[in-house]
Design a protein around this ligand. Structure first.
Ligand code: NDP
Length: 251
């Protein structure tokens, strides 16, 4: 069977671990070359070795050390990506962080770093890449939001604002670039087992689990399957949508 992303170039932020790595792996299995962004260069090189084996000689995998909270670093890195790959067909804005606290205790620093990392980065990266997608008259942009952006969560005003912001951004950009055959969508994951959720207390984990109709946590591959669908030609007529992958948590 023909691979779904054969010859495509994908940029996955946070692609060296967690959900981003599962997405990168799925794309590699389907024949895409990969550009990965992250701050941990050692982890990045480890991922490159693993993914290059999957992609084989015909494809390439490059990790770029970038702090996506910094607009200037993003612009420089995108310049390198375009020099290395020519074009990017699929962009997955996946990298994200949490700095949880109740509003009254939430510092301006923790507000800023979450908004800058999770949301402002999406503006910088899309702005830097959309021109080449418009020229190519094709592109898929997939923003990894969260169910928290849809239903909120006590202790996460900063994170929820960033993830809800991504949804508004996605719908607006979808309207701007639809005429150029560029699809922009969100995935809203629920409670997925990664480093990000590892640190939650047992009490919170139990409470979350009780809210999931499918009665289990998701794994990164569950999100990767959705990200593959949205990146593939099977989703050519889908734009401006939020695909919730949460075991029913947000029903
Ligand atoms: P992890 O904490 O496991 O991984 C986060 C990723 O983001 C890492 O690859 C990390 O790379 C990268 N990253 C973080 N900060 C920066 C930065 N400043 N610059 C560049 N890269 C950065 O998280 P998950 O895999 O769980 O989450 C991935 C996405 O999914 C996030 O946007 C998260 O909000 C969202 N999500 C996750 C859910 C879950 O339950 N896990 C639920 C809903 C949404 P490095 O270490 O190299 O910096």
């Amino acid at each position: 069977m023909k691979k779904l992303l054969l010859g495509k170039h994908a940029l996955v932020t946070g692609g060296a671990r967690g959900i981003g790595k599962a997405i990168a792996k799925k794309y590699a299995e389907e024949g895409a070359s990969l550009a990965l962004f992250g701050t941990n260069a050692a982890k990045g090189e480890e991922a490159v070795r693993e993914l290059q084996e999957i992609v084989g000689e015909k494809g390439k995998v490059i990790f770029y050390t970038v702090d996506i909270a910094e607009g200037k670093q993003i612009e420089e890195a995108i310049g390198k990506v375009l020099a290395d790959f020519g074009t990017i067909d699929i962009l997955v804005n996946n990298a994200g962080i949490t700095r949880d606290n109740l509003l009254l205790k939430l510092s301006p620093e923790d507000w800023d770093v979450v908004l800058n990392t999770n949301l402002r980065s999406v503006y910088y990266i899309c702005r830097a890449l959309v021109r080449s997608m418009i020229k190519a008259r094709q592109g898929k942009i997939i923003n990894i939001s969260s169910v928290v952006g849809l239903i909120g969560n006590a202790g996460q005003t900063n994170y929820a604002a960033s993830k809800a912001g991504m949804i508004g951004f996605t719908k607006s950009l979808a309207k701007e670039v639809g005429s150029r055959n560029i699809c922009v969508n969100c995935i809203a994951p629920g409670y997925i087992q990664t480093d990000m959720t590892e640190g939650l207390s047992e009490g919170i984990k139990e409470k979350l689990l009780a809210e999931i109709p499918l009665q289990k946590l998701g794994n990164p591959e569950d999100i990767a399957h959705a990200a593959l669908f949205l990146a593939s030609s099977h989703a050519d007529y889908i734009t401006g949508q939020v695909l919730t992958v949460d075991g029913g948590m947000a029903i």
